[in-house]
Ligand binder design. Structure first.
Ligand SMILES: C[C@H](O)[C@H](O)[C@H]1CNC2=NC(N)=NC(=O)C2=N1
Length: 101
């Protein structure tokens, strides 16, 4: 079943429950900071596991001690959808356990 784009108001509502996340260039984005490059790398691997589980994938960028995500839904023409929000929530749940902030 195709996933529908969220309206700008729906995106704003969902962002209130996702501290640190914002809409940048039409994508849900967040930058996490970690204590070391190795800790950041471990978070990337964990996020990749969740993305495979959800079959939904962000642009995931590893820096020295940062991990950046930007996600929209390709199959919805690049719109932000509930799938993007679900991925953001799942990543929020696991990031704290990695000491990400
Ligand atoms: C075939 C596979 O289910 C699709 O290509 C999935 C994979 N991951 C995806 N990720 C994102 N962000 N958007 C998609 O539309 C998408 N589609």
């Amino acid at each position: 079943m195709p996933v529908e784009p969220l309206s700008p108001q729906e995106i704003d509502e969902r962002l209130t429950e996702l501290p640190g996340w914002s809409l940048e260039d039409g994508r849900l984005t967040r930058i996490y900071r970690l204590g070391s490059h190795f800790a950041a790398t471990a978070l990337v691997v964990h996020v990749a596991q969740v993305q495979e589980e959800l079959d939904h994938h962000s642009d995931l960028t590893l820096g020295y001690n940062t991990v950046s995500l930007a996600v929209h839904t390709h199959s919805a023409g690049g719109a932000v959808t509930a799938k993007d929000v679900e991925l953001a929530r799942r990543v929020e749940d696991l990031a704290a356990g990695h000491g990400a902030h």
